[in-house]
Design a protein around this ligand. Structure first.
Ligand code: IMP
Ligand code: MG
Length: 176
């Protein structure tokens, strides 16, 4: 299938927005520690940038997990599978899950349910992108950097068939 990638959000805009988000989170968590959970692989680029910008008076620890709801297609299968679990306990911690994108919301819904059972002190979600038009489950997200229309996007961690994660901007895949 032929397609092209059309820039949607430029690198500078993303970096500025992540700085704003980091300031906001730094204010909200002043005097506390933050345990960031990256949802692999897509959330990795975003979490690294966000973590670097958090106020340095706050202790930030990180951990990784992987869930899968997509194959190489552009539509969610609806099945969420934990592919890699966390290394450390989250009990009593202020957890922020960092995600690349919330689409149907199924992945985050099952992740947050699973993580709440492990008794964190608090649990919030910070996402780079949100596609609210595609939501099929109820999902409240505290921190959203960009709300985007219903387009399939790549870059800044997001892939199409595992490619384009390394693009420093967000682009929409337009099929011809
Ligand atoms: P959800 O469970 O439908 O919310 O799907 C979330 C996951 O689907 C994200 O973490 C991405 O891995 C993937 N995804 C959803 N929309 C896109 C997109 O536009 N581009 C790339 N991956 C996407
Ligand atoms: Mg993902």
């Amino acid at each position: 299938m032929n397609y092209k990638i059309v820039p949607l959000i430029y690198e500078e805009e993303i970096n500025n927005r992540i700085s704003e988000m980091a300031e906001c989170i730094s204010r909200d968590y002043a005097g506390q520690d933050i345990h960031m959970i990256c949802v692999l692989k897509g959330g990795a680029f975003f979490m690294c940038e966000l973590a670097k910008k958090i106020n340095q008076d706050i202790n930030v620890t990180i951990d990784f997990m992987a869930a899968s709801s997509y194959g190489s297609e552009t539509h969610s299968s609806g099945n969420v599978r934990i592919v890699k679990d966390l290394d450390e306990s989250i009990e009593g911690k202020n957890v922020i899950i960092t995600e690349d994108i919330i689409d149907s919301g199924r992945t985050l819904k099952s992740l947050t349910e699973l993580l709440w059972n492990r008794k964190p002190a608090s649990l919030e979600v910070c996402t780079l992108l949100d596609k609210p038009d595609r939501r099929v489950v109820d999902m409240v997200v505290k921190y959203t950097c960009f709300t985007i229309p219903d387009k399939f996007v790549v870059g800044y961690g997001l892939d199409y068939d595992q490619k384009y994660r390394n693009l420093p901007y967000i682009g929409a895949v337009e099929f011809e």
